[in-house]
Design a protein around this ligand. Structure first.
Ligand code: SF4
Length: 77
């Protein structure tokens, strides 16, 4: 099972809890953007090179910040 599928299963089992847009924006701006593991895409989203997860302020299921059950692999948030 891939890390993403494991994260989806954990999230679904917890009842699919999600962060608000404000919560995602706060994590994105205060922790991920300044982080040396953050790689920016041209569309403004990013990727974490520590866990290979997508990072964005938009609510969609392949965005690590949207799923409340997901945490920073370096425990920054
Ligand atoms: S998830 Fe953690 S390690 Fe990855 S870019 Fe964000 S703050 Fe850095």
């Amino acid at each position: 099972m891939t890390k993403y599928l494991a994260a989806r299963k954990k999230w679904a089992t917890a009842g699919k809890p999600t962060r608000t847009k404000e919560e995602m924006s706060s994590i994105f701006e205060n922790f991920c953007q300044p982080c040396d593991r953050f790689t920016r895409r041209k569309n403004g989203t990013g990727v974490c090179t520590e866990c290979d997860c997508n990072l964005s302020t938009e609510p969609y299921q392949v965005n690590k910040l949207w799923m409340t059950t997901e945490k920073c692999p370096l425990k920054k948030w």
